[in-house]
Design a protein around this ligand. Structure first.
Ligand code: AMP
Ligand code: ZN
Length: 398
């Protein structure tokens, strides 16, 4: 069934064969604020509409169409995006400006990027990382993209396609790594065969490949699209378990070390809604679907919990994470007094003989890594998470 909405004028498609009440409910429209019109008749909440109907939902708030619309905080024009935690709304142009300012602030606050840096942007095909690449290109940084093919069926195929299209349209360079071709397994197989959860082995593979690609191709820094919601949810998870070593490393920038490229998260000040709105307003085509393997993932549940708090107290998420950075993070800072050596198989930094990725890979492929592993390596292997000291294991996932 077609529904015409006003201010701005637009038409959407929703299922018919039900009561107006249900249609309005689905659209989140308060029935007291609109007229519902079919041809020349008015409908009430209890009226039923059919699949072939065309209805118009017309706002009735008195004072004219302009008045019930929010105004842009910056220019006073009609707003298109509301950012409740800032108690503000923005028009298109001012919203894009707002996003740029938040990213600029993030980069400056932690000295994330210098103009001469070669930046590798890890792009998944989702809204966050494509928005990030877009902003960094706009800012004039020297960026290339990195896409890791995880082999998650149609989801990965579509993601890859969108990343390639993005790069092509902008004449930007994209590096592609396919997990299966390069390392002999894909994420669904890894989840079934290895001892780690699917999300854990996927996270480990990403961190490993991002770092390796940066080093192999001479990049100074890897930028990822982690947003405020991601960071708040991760911090909540780490705090609930008091994983103090993970908490200490959950920072918007991880400095380079021997064998480890610098890692930065320039979107940490922006919510998921803001990065989605940015991508939409910039005409970026991104995968809207979630990864099909992520269902039931703990991180998602923490996000939902944070969103519930946010709904009643806008700003909670930002408070939680940004105040952690300002006031609590220093309390968790510890000194890593471990020495990293080269993995005997791949030469990436590790604390043991073999790095966590090589151990996971060998396990998935049913191979043996040299001599039987030392006891503590076996312990780490079954711990579902790589050894904490491996810096690219800073967050828990899964
Ligand atoms: P996620 O771990 O899926 O929450 O993604 C966090 C960030 O990692 C994204 O914003 C991207 O920067 C990056 N990323 C995730 N998946 C991929 C991928 N398949 N290829 C390249 N980068 C990715
Ligand atoms: Zn290795």
């Amino acid at each position: 069934m077609k529904v015409r909405l006003r201010n701005p004028d637009r038409e959407i498609e929703v299922p018919g064969g039900r009561k107006i009440h249900d249609v309005l409910g689905e659209l989140g429209i308060n029935p007291d604020t609109v007229l519902v019109i079919r041809e020349r008749e008015l409908l009430t909440r209890e009226d039923r509409v059919a699949e072939q109907d065309l209805i118009e939902i017309r706002p009735v708030i008195s004072g004219g169409a302009g008045d019930n619309r929010m105004k842009c905080r910056r220019c006073g024009g009609p707003a298109v995006v509301e950012v409740r935690r800032h108690n503000a709304a923005f028009c298109r142009g001012c919203f894009l400006h707002h996003v740029h300012e938040q990213v600029r602030r993030a980069i400056e606050a932690y000295d994330m990027l210098r103009p001469e840096d070669r930046v590798l942007v890890a792009v998944s095909g989702g809204k966050d990382s494509l928005a990030l690449w877009d902003v960094l290109l706009e800012f004039g940084y020297r960026t290339d993209g990195l896409y890791l093919g995880l082999g998650i069926g149609e989801y990965s195929r579509r993601s890859g396609e969108l990343v390639r299209a993005f790069a092509r349209e902008r004449g930007a360079h994209l590096i592609e790594v396919a997990l299966e071709r390069e390392y002999g397994f894909d994420v669904p197989t890894a989840g079934k065969r290895g001892s780690r959860s699917t999300c854990a082995v996927c996270g480990l593979s990403k961190r490993y490949v991002f770092n390796k690609a940066a080093l192999d191709h001479g990049y100074d820094v890897v930028a990822t699209g982690h947003n405020l919601d991601d960071e708040a949810a991760t911090l909540l998870g780490n705090t609930l378990r008091w994983q103090t070593d993970f908490i200490a490393r959950q920072f918007p920038v991880l400095p380079a070390e021997e064998g480890l490229a610098r890692k930065v998260k320039p979107l940490y000040r922006l919510s998921e809604l803001e990065t989605a709105a940015y991508a939409f307003l910039r005409g970026i085509d991104y995968v809207v679907e979630e990864c099909p393997l992520v269902v039931g993932n703990t991180q998602l549940r923490y996000k939902e919990a944070m969103n519930q708090l946010e709904a009643t107290s806008p700003g909670t998420k930002a408070q939680f994470f940004l105040s952690y950075l300002d006031r609590a993070a220093p309390l968790f800072a510890t000194q890593d007094d471990v020495t990293l050596t080269a993995c005997e198989r791949c030469a990436q930094p590790t604390t043991g003989r073999f790095c966590a990725f090589c151990r996971a890979q060998a396990q998935i492929l049913g191979e043996r890594l040299g001599a039987p592993p030392a006891e503590r390596e076996v312990a780490a292997e079954s711990a579902d998470e790589v050894m904490p000291v491996e810096i690219y294991a800073a967050e828990r996932s899964g």
